[in-house]
Ligand binder design. Structure first.
Ligand SMILES: [Zn+2]
Length: 507
């Protein structure tokens, strides 16, 4: 892993918070460090308030922001003095913590501060960076992970056994850090979760993160557990649209809402789903706990959706009684399906959510295979994952969007979609939340929109074979078809094995 720090580029970011923005984006740019809103960063800045008092303010990543694209407005300013007092309390409930953080913000319109805010405050360094680096969770999700990280880092990091994020983790880290940190300490490693680095400048903190993660990568390479090469697996491309559309129907029924299902059958994924030990290694749990809210704890191996639903009910029944308060069960549908023929199917309420699931699971495969090569992937216990999946602070992240638009989860196909009425239909459907497949004879259709909920396909709709190929591509993109907008005026219904059979798989 190489530092992406560019002094000339960095110089354009003037001020301590702007420097924080720059190096946060560098972290976010590397998907092996953080994915989709994962990880968080902060900087402590002394400021004069309106009545002339100097206060130290912690600017910490706000919830709903992604490190890759964060701006100054994405950091929540919270008074340090109060955070340090909170960190000394013997206990603090989640609800109280959220309230306290909010009341100490100096800009009311700022986003809610990260659930790891108090932890950032207690680390006595100006800049603090936190990631869920693939390499780190690979090593820590093994049976003897602690010995391995001790061997890799020596006294460069303070090692924290797994504790659920939130107040208890912050307090525990503060105590352990104060007791164990030396002048050689440049980071803190959270077992089964991720890693922190810190420094006096944005660059120092960022480059320490890179060097710490690189050490683990080197270790994995040295143990033959860092294989990034594309395996030689033949990708057999026979039509799967009917299989996929029926699977989507079952998943949507289990979920209680129309779901988007995206199919991924690249060689790397096929090699993973073709492993003899898939049933064992894929059923341990996520690489880092907060992935659970996107991927659920376990993927479905094969296509027995009903079996998955029953197992999910059993999982809920097992852990709900041990939770602090009674929980309401989430939908029991899988978010990842691993199938020897289909590869990986990623499932979400909309195309963006499905794309996030796919990205997370692509990285999860690397982590699982690396840890397996080290001797065995061992994720957190079901109870720990349940606590995160049903933690209200995590669920709040998913609820942020408010009421979903009317066509959320539905798939529309528009012909003649590159211009005029067709294009207007595409835009109107996207605006109402549908995933849209646009067909047009004009190749410009492929570039019409660059967003996860649009798939543009060049297709002559008077050519039945071209339509069959386009439908195959469409169903692989979103899992099925629910609405047809035949704007081009022609769409041969007699087309073999397309629409009539697809209808069976329709919601
Ligand atoms: Zn974290």
């Amino acid at each position: 892993m190489k530092s992406l720090w560019n002094e000339a580029e960095a110089a354009r970011y003037k001020g301590e918070l702007a420097q924080r923005v720059y190096s946060s984006r560098l972290l976010g740019a590397d998907t092996s460090l953080v994915l989709h809103g994962g990880g968080n960063t902060s900087v402590k800045i002394k400021e004069k308030n309106l009545v002339g008092e100097e206060e130290e303010i912690l600017y910490v990543k706000g919830s709903g922001w992604d490190l890759a694209t964060i701006e100054e407005a994405g950091f929540s300013p919270v008074r340090m003095g109060h955070l340090l007092l909170l960190a000394k309390l013997p206990s603090l409930s989640d609800r109280e913590m959220v309230k306290e953080l909010k009341t100490q913000m100096t800009r009311p319109s700022a986003p809610s501060p990260s659930v790891e805010t108090i932890l950032h405050a207690t680390l006595p360094y100006k800049y603090v960076d936190h990631t869920h680096a693939d390499a780190v969770v690979t090593v820590t999700n093994t049976a003897n992970g602690i010995e391995r990280v001790q061997e890799i880092y020596g006294d460069q990091v303070v090692i924290i056994p797994y504790v659920m994020p939130g107040f208890d983790l912050a307090r525990f880290c503060a105590e352990k850090f104060a007791a164990e940190a030396t002048e050689r300490t440049i980071g803190m490693l959270l077992m089964n979760h991720g890693i922190f680095s810190f420094g006096a400048t944005a660059r120092e903190s960022y480059e320490r993160m890179i060097s710490l993660v690189s050490l683990t990568e080197e270790y994995l390479k040295g143990h033959g557990a860092w294989n990034k090469s594309q395996p030689k697996v033949a990708v057999e491309d026979k039509p799967v649209r009917h299989t996929l559309a029926s699977l989507r129907l079952e998943v949507s029924e289990a979920a209680g809402f129309p779901a988007i299902v995206t199919m991924h059958n690249d060689r790397r994924t096929l090699a993973f789903v073709g492993r003899q030990d898939l049933g064992e290694i894929s059923q341990q749990g996520p690489a880092t706990p907060d992935h659970v809210i996107r991927t659920k704890r376990l993927p479905l191996v094969g296509r027995d959706v009903q079996g998955y639903v029953e197992a999910y009910f059993a999982y809920f029944a097992e852990y709900n009684p041990t939770a602090k308060e009674n929980k309401t069960m989430l939908d029991p549908a899988p978010r990842v399906i691993l199938d020897s023929e289909l590869g990986m199917c990623a499932i979400g309420r909309n195309a963006k959510a499905a794309a996030i699931v796919a990205d997370i699971y692509h990285h999860t495969m690397d982590v699982i295979e690396g840890a397996t090569a080290l001797g065995g992937y061992q994720a957190l216990l079901g109870k720990d994952i349940f606590d995160i999946e049903y933690w209200e602070l995590e669920q709040a992240k998913l609820r942020k969007g408010g009421t979903p638009p009317m066509f959320t989860g539905e798939v529309a196909l528009v012909t003649g979609a590159a211009s005029g009425i067709g294009k207007a239909c595409v835009d109107a459907l996207l605006q109402r939340g549908a995933a849209v497949v646009g067909l047009d004879i004009n190749p410009a259709i492929a570039e019409l929109h660059k967003r996860p909920d649009f798939c543009g396909i060049t297709c002559d709709v008077t050519d039945e074979q071209a339509i069959a190929a386009a439908l195959e591509q469409a169903v692989r993109a979103f899992g099925g078809l629910d609405m047809l907008i035949l704007n081009a005026g022609i769409f041969p219904l007699g087309c073999p094995s397309t629409l009539c059979q697809l209808k069976n798989g329709e919601r």
